[in-house]
Design a protein around this ligand. Structure first.
Ligand SMILES: CC(=O)[C@@H](O)[C@H](O)COP(=O)(O)O
Ligand SMILES: NCC(=O)COP(=O)(O)O
Length: 245
């Protein structure tokens, strides 16, 4: 069993932006949300700017970059998305610490699968090199497939993010643990995300103790409506730093 390590929490602000976009009055204040979650103890902020700007708008990206930089203390900015030229420029121009490449088509309702690292290898390899040349950590969004981490490492990725949506809907943790171990053995940073929540995060981290970072947005935003941001971030960081069973 690997030495227990605290898992870092990156709060995805997509759903704060989604609510903000419903009216033209700037509420909820996205900048205030970013400052609040960082002050409450989140390690970083994640955004997933989609081509239709349904939630995070391209103009939000530099504003949030400045807030993460202003917070300091090693806080990180994780930008997720499909690596179109526009998205790549957004990542490069806004000092992302980590770029998480996700295979979503523009019309995707949400992210529901990882990369096919066999058929997309030739597309991804130069993109990974381009981002790494700028000092950006590159994470590839993968399915819970123990064969995926070695393929991601062969493409030059620094990290993988296991898609956890199916786990949240009842898929057993066996493949997640095997994939996490494979990432650890491949020397990759292991991230995880999608539909993680206060009710399912602990069991995931117990089964996959190599997890360096979780990015959580939908559930934490819903939970913050009842608990408030300070309390909900504290609840997640307590799970993230708790003893691994
Ligand atoms: C990649 C992933 O699982 C999430 O980060 C994604 O950002 C969710 O996107 P929506 O918030 O648009 O559903
Ligand atoms: N990479 C996962 C993420 O950033 C947030 O996903 P979700 O918690 O909104 O499902």
């Amino acid at each position: 069993m690997p030495a227990a390590m605290p898992t870092l929490l990156s709060v995805n602000l997509n759903k704060v932006a989604l609510l903000r976009n419903q009216r033209d009055i700037g509420l909820p204040d996205l900048a205030a949300a970013a400052r609040t979650v960082l002050k409450a103890g989140a390690h970083g902020v994640t955004v997933h700017p989609r081509p239709d700007e349904r939630h995070i708008r391209f103009a939000d990206v530099p504003m949030l970059s400045a807030i993460v930089a202003e917070h300091g203390g090693g806080a990180e900015y994780n930008i997720e998305g499909y690596p179109s030229e526009d998205w790549l420029r957004l990542v490069e121009e806004n000092r992302a610490h980590q770029a998480t490449l996700v295979p979503d088509p523009p019309e995707a309702h949400t992210s529901e699968e990882g990369w096919n690292l066999d058929t997309e290898a030739d597309v991804l390899r130069p993109i990974v090199a381009r981002l790494k040349a700028r000092g950006i950590r590159v994470s590839l969004f993968i399915d819970p497939d123990p064969a995926a981490p070695a393929k991601a490492a062969a493409l030059g990725a620094d990290a993988v993010e296991i898609y956890t949506g199916d786990y949240a809907h009842g898929r057993p943790l066996d493949d997640y643990r095997a994939t996490g171990l494979a990432a650890h053995e491949a020397g990759l940073r292991l991230n995880a995300g999608h539909d993680l929540s206060l009710t399912n995060l602990g069991a995931f981290l117990d089964a996959v103790p190599w997890t360096a970072e979780v990015s959580i947005g939908h559930a934490i935003t819903a939970e913050a409506l009842w608990m408030g941001w300070d309390a909900v971030v504290a609840a997640y960081t307590a799970i993230c730093s708790g003893p691994r069973g």
